[in-house]
Every structure is written in C-alpha cells, then in structure tokens.
Design a binder for this molecule. Structure first.
Ligand SMILES: [Zn+2]
Length: 425
C-alpha cells in the first residue's frame, strides 16, 4: 500500500538550497560549478570536506575556491567547531556570498500574480502578491504586470530592479522554456509569443520563462521534498492537471522543450470533452472545470449560484462532507480517474516519489484510501511497493519560488557552467 503523508510546507530553506546532487554522479559539470553548487546546497562547508565529498585534491579546492572568493561568489564564514572542540579556535568554512546578487521569480496566473526576491544563496528577501480579475491579457498588459511586480518586490527588498541578475517568469499553458516562447496560455490573448525576448527588451534584465507545473517541480527540487531525490514526479491539480518530472536531479523538458502534459493523456476513448478540444483527456475528469460541470447538475444550482468556480467547488465539498451521496460520488469518480493517471506515471517512469500539489489538494476525496488502493491495483505488480505519495498544500508563493529557482539556475550556468567556455570561444 502506498504511504500517504501530508506535509506542511515552508517555502524557506532551513539550510542551503538547490538539488543535493550525489557528489560523484555528475562529473560533467565544470569543477568550479560543482564546488559552488555543493556549497550552496549544504549552506556551509569546510574546504577539507569539499575535497572529500567531491573527490578533488585539496590543492584544486584551494585554487578554485580562491577564484570564487575573488569574483565575489563565495566567502569565508566562521563556524564553531562541534561542542567537544569548542575550546579551540573557530573553524573557517565557505558559504555563498549572498547579498551581491539577487534574482526575482514571478508567477502570473488568472487569479493572482505573485513575486519573490531571493538572494544568491536562495534566501527569501521579499514577497508580493496582487489579486486580479481572471481575464486573458494582451501582451502589453502582461509586460506591464510583470514590470509592476518586479518594481514592487524590489522596493520591498531594498534592491534596484535593474541590478537583479535574472528574472524567472512562470505562466500556465504551453511554454517552450529553452526558446522562451509561450505557445498558448490562459493569461495571454496572443499565441506563439517570444515572451522572454519581449520582457528582456522591456526590463533590460535576463529573463527565463517556464510553465507552472515545471515551477512547482523546481520549487520542490530546490527548496522542498525533492532536494535529495534524483528521480521524482510532481502532479499539479488546479484548473488543469500538470506534471513535472525530475530525472537525475534535472527537470525533464522533452525534445521540443515542452512540459509533460499528463492532463491531456487519454483515459477514455471518445470520452468527456476537454478544454484542449479533444476528448477523453484525464483533465476532463479531474480538473476543477470537470468537477464544476458535474456539480451544476448534481446540486441543481441556478446560474446565479454558479458564477464563481471557487465558491461552487467549496459548496460541492461541503455537501460531500455533509454526506450528500451525489457530491461524494463526483469526487470519488474524479479520484478514480486520478488513480488511473497516476498508475500510468508509475508504470512509465518508476519514480521514487510522486508529489501531489495544488489548491485542489484540500479536497481529500481526491486522494482517499480508495483512490490509492485503485492506483496500486492499476500499477504493474512487481512485488514491490508502489512509490510514496506526498500531498503538498503550499502557500501562495510556491510558484514564485519555483520561478526564482529557474532564475538562480540560469545565473549559475552563465557564471560557472560549461556554456560560459563555449560562449568565450
Ligand atoms: Zn485535453
């Protein structure tokens, strides 16, 4: 039986941030990048320890860390040795020089825009949220919204907007992160827009974009339960059903740079109509608009009562909790389809962990014991337990944290990655 744990999330890292990559598992990164990322991931570490963990000679560690200190990326920090040797002099460790570089992460959605400002060590400096009416925006309005959020969150954190090292931006929809193109998004009226370039031109800072399911996955990889895992899945259930997948500590983006569209995998031939225009998609049975469609009929609500999706879902949930069998069966049916979708993920990818994330996760019928038992039944019987499932109900700034991780990764690659050498050639 899968174990289900509900974990209250704090978006703030307790110690360090970023993927805790097994030191010897990815030797293709330049040494300076491996050293820096190890320091950032563990928070503080002594040179001798770095040398041991990364399998690099102490002399190389000394040379490379001196360079990183000189360029203002790392700094020496005094730490107390452990209790028994506290009589001795304090030890010197290395830490990220956090205050010299900042990044901003922004998530635009149809209900609320959010932003965070974090330093180069991943510490949260300031956060901002703006409510909005759910309409698709024209490109210019979207650029204005991003500019407004950037200036507000920077003002809160006491940082000049033009000095930030990168801006990560997330929107729902079909996004080619590598090229910076938004093919379709419910927050944008136009299609196939080079949003990264448009925003870069507008704000004069480096910009990276991604879809919202990948942002949640990055937030888990950098700040959450996925930091020490090499392979895991994040499934988001909101307006749609999204998925992000991490393979060997890196987010998987597919050959054409798109996210993984779990919501549009088919679970029924000629089934319910999906908002993508096709039939039988998982999303058409599990997403909020699917629940709303059924709730309207089952609860016999007039049009006036059904204006707000959130209100209607709350009402459906209250009815289910109160024992209304029609309301219960709507959630149970959605739960069974979710089980089907998750078992397909297990059979395809064999992840260590599946994290279910999103606002709908408050509706515990979706992942009730019956749902998990169904998922077990549908997963290939290999004699082993199916992966653990964790339910994460994060706060509002989750997506923005994921966007900040996207920006931190971008800055790190530009400063220390192998692309730096290629660019110099
Ligand atoms: Zn679809």
């Amino acid at each position: 039986m899968a174990q289900i744990r509900t974990i209250p999330q704090s978006a703030q890292p307790k110690k360090g941030c970023g993927p805790l990559i097994d030191p010897l598992s990815d030797p293709s990164r330049p040494l300076r990048q491996q050293i820096f990322e190890r320091v950032r991931a563990v928070g503080q570490i002594a040179r001798v320890q770095l040398s041991k963990e990364l399998g690099i000679s102490p002399a190389s560690v000394t040379t490379i860390t001196s360079e990183l200190i000189e360029t203002g990326i790392l700094e020496e920090v005094q730490t107390l040795r452990d209790a028994e040797s506290s009589r001795g002099r304090p030890a010197v460790a290395l830490g990220v020089r956090s205050g010299t570089r900042h990044v901003v992460g922004i998530k635009l959605s149809d209900r609320e825009h959010t932003a965070v400002l974090v330093d180069f060590a991943g510490n949260l400096i300031a956060g901002e949220a703006i409510e909005r009416t759910p309409d698709a925006m024209e490109l210019d309005a979207l650029l204005n919204a991003a500019a407004e959020l950037l200036s507000r969150v920077c003002a809160k954190g006491g940082v000049e907007p033009h000095t930030i090292s990168a801006l990560g931006l997330g929107v729902p929809g079909f996004v080619d992160s590598e090229k910076g193109i938004v093919h379709w998004s419910p927050v944008l009226t136009e299609r196939h827009i080079d949003l990264a370039a448009a925003l870069r031109a507008r704000l004069a800072v480096p910009v990276v974009v991604d879809n919202d399911a990948n942002l949640v996955t990055l937030a888990e990889l950098w700040f959450g339960a996925g930091r020490a895992l090499s392979d895991f899945a994040v499934v988001t259930i909101e307006h749609g059903v999204g998925m992000g997948y991490v393979i060997n500590h890196r987010i998987y983006r597919g050959a054409r740079g798109m996210g993984m569209e779990l919501g549009h995998t088919k679970v029924q031939l000629d089934g319910a109509l999906c908002r993508c225009g096709q039939r039988g998609c998982l999303e058409a049975y599990v997403a909020d608009y699917a629940l709303v469609r059924e709730a309207r009929t089952a609860l016999n609500l007039t049009h006036k009562e059904t204006q707000s999706v959130a209100t209607l879902l709350e009402s459906l949930y209250a009815h289910a909790k109160g024992g209304n069998s029609a309301a219960r069966s709507i959630f149970r049916r959605a739960g069974r389809y979710l089980a089907l979708g998750l078992s397909n993920v297990v059979n395809l990818f064999d992840p260590q962990l599946i994290i279910l994330s999103g606002e709908r996760m408050r509706y515990d019928y979706l992942y009730a014991k019956e749902t998990m038992a169904e998922m077990q039944e549908l997963s290939l019987d290999t004699g082993r337990d199916i992966p653990n499932i964790e339910i994460h109900a994060w706060g509002d700034l989750l997506w923005a944290h994921g966007a900040a991780a996207l920006a931190l990764h971008d800055v790190t690659e530009r400063l220390l990655g192998s692309s730096r050498e290629m660019a110099a050639q």
